[in-house]
Write a protein that binds this ligand. Structure first.
Ligand code: ADP
Length: 316
C-alpha cells in the first residue's frame, strides 16, 4: 500500500479569457469547484493508477470540510483502492483559488492553507504506526516538521520515500537527500539549484541530485517532457502530443502514477512512460482532481498514441 500524507483543499477554479493586471477586475469568469491539494490529488492519482492508497490529511471544522468529505466518500465508493483518514482541527479548511486562462490552459494559483498548517504531528505518527504500507509519497504543502517526521519514520521502517518538492520551500534543501526518489518541475529545480549554488541547467541539476538521492531524480518540463537521472540511468522522456486545455495538476497525476508503478515493481522507464501519459491526459481536461485519469484510460491512450522516443543522455 502507498500512503500519502499531504494537503487537502477545496479548489475554486475560475476560467477566464485573460488574467487581470494588478488592480484590474476580470468580470466574465466561469466557476468550477472541486476537491484538491497536492496531497489529495497525488493520492487519488496513485489509487486510480491501481495501487491501494491511503490519504492522510487535515481539514477544519467548517462546511467546506463536509463538502470535501462527501467527495472523498464518493471517490472511495468508485475506487476501492482509495482510502482516507482525515484529521480534524478547529478553524478553516484549506482552499485554493485558481485562475485558468482558457485559450492556453496556463494558470495562476493562490492558496489559503488553513487546516493543512495545523495538522497534528502525533496523530499523523500514530496513523503511520498503525498503517501497513510499502511506500510513502510526500509534497511540500504541509509544514517542514511533519514532512521530516514522515521521512524519518518511513526510512527507519524500511519504506520507500517519494518526495515531490512542490511547492518549493527553503527547507527542501535540507531533506531532499533523504528521499528514495525526488520529483520536481523546472521552477522547483531552479529554485533548489540556486539554494545549492548550482548552475541552473536542468541536466546539470539532475546529475547533481542523482548523486545524493538513492533511487533518482525526475525533473518534469511540462510540454517538453521529463528527465530522469540516477547512478545508472540518465534519459529524457519527451511529452506525449495532446491538445492541452488546462495544465493544473499535470504534476500531481505524474507523481501519483510514477509512485504507483515504481512501488509495483515496474522499471523506472516504464513508470516514467505511464506517468507521462497520465500527466498528458490530465492536461486535456479541465480541473485537477477530475482530470486525473483512471488506469484504463491511460492504457487506451498508450495503445492509440505514438509513444515519444526516450533519449539516452550522456552523464559527462
Ligand atoms: P507541474 O504541474 O508540477 O508543473 P509539469 O507541468 O512539468 O508539472 O507536468 C508534469 C508532466 O506532465 C510533464 O513531465 C509531462 O510528461 C506532462 N505534461 C505536462 N504538460 C503537458 C503538455 N502540455 N502536453 C503533454 N504532456 C504534458
Amino acid at each position: 500500500m502507498n500512503i500519502v500524507v499531504g494537503s487537502i483543499n477545496y479548489d475554486f477554479t475560475i476560467y477566464v479569457d485573460r488574467f487581470p493586471e494588478v488592480g484590474q477586475t476580470v468580470t466574465d469568469g466561469t466557476l468550477f469547484e472541486s476537491p484538491g491539494g497536492k496531497g489529495l490529488n497525488q493520492a487519488v492519482a496513485s489509487a486510480r493508477a491501481g495501487s491501494k492508497t491511503k490519504f492522510i490529511g487535515c481539514v477544519g471544522d467548517d462546511i467546506i470540510a463536509d463538502m470535501l468529505l462527501d467527495f472523498l466518500k464518493q471517490e472511495s465508493k468508485k475506487n476501492k483502492n482509495f482510502q482516507h483518514t482525515l484529521i480534524v482541527s478547529k478553524g478553516k479548511t484549506g482552499c485554493a483559488f485558481i485562475t485558468v486562462r482558457s485559450d492556453d490552459g496556463k494558470n495562476e494559483i493562490v492558496v489559503s492553507p488553513g487546516a493543512n498548517k495545523r495538522i497534528n504531528k502525533s496523530k499523523v505518527y500514530q496513523e503511520l504506526k498503525r498503517s501497513k504500507f510499502d511506500s510513502i509519497l510526500l509534497q511540500c504543502e504541509l509544514e517542514e516538521d511533519i514532512v521530516e517526521m514522515c521521512i524519518h519514520f518511513s526510512r527507519k521502517n524500511g519504506k520507500r520515500v517519494f518526495l515531490n518538492t512542490a511547492p518549493f520551500k527553503e527547507w527542501v534543501k535540507d531533506v531532499y537527500h533523504l528521499a528514495d526518489f525526488v520529483v520536481m518541475n523546472e521552477l522547483e529545480a531552479s529554485a533548489l539549484a540556486s539554494r545549492l549554488k548550482l548552475n541552473s541547467d536542468t541536466s546539470h541539476i539532475a546529475r547533481y541530485l542523482a548523486d545524493k538521492v538513492s533511487g533518482g531524480a525526475l525533473i518534469t518540463l511540462g510540454e517538453k517532457g521529463a528527465i530522469f537521472c540516477n547512478k545508472k540511468e540518465f534519459f529524457h522522456m519527451p511529452a506525449f502530443s495532446v491538445r492541452s486545455v488546462d495544465t493544473v495538476g499535470a504534476g500531481d497525476s505524474f507523481c501519483g502514477y510514477f509512485a504507483s508503478f515504481i512501488s509495483r515493481g515496474y522499471s523506472i522507464k516504464e513508470a516514467v512512460v505511464y506517468a507521462s501519459a497520465a500527466g498528458a491526459i490530465s492536461t486535456t481536461k479541465k480541473g485537477a482532481f477530475s482530470s486525473i485519469p483512471y488506469i484504463n484510460e491511460v492504457l487506451r491512450f498508450l495503445k492509440n498514441s505514438q509513444k515519444p522516443e526516450i533519449k539516452e543522455l550522456s552523464a559527462s
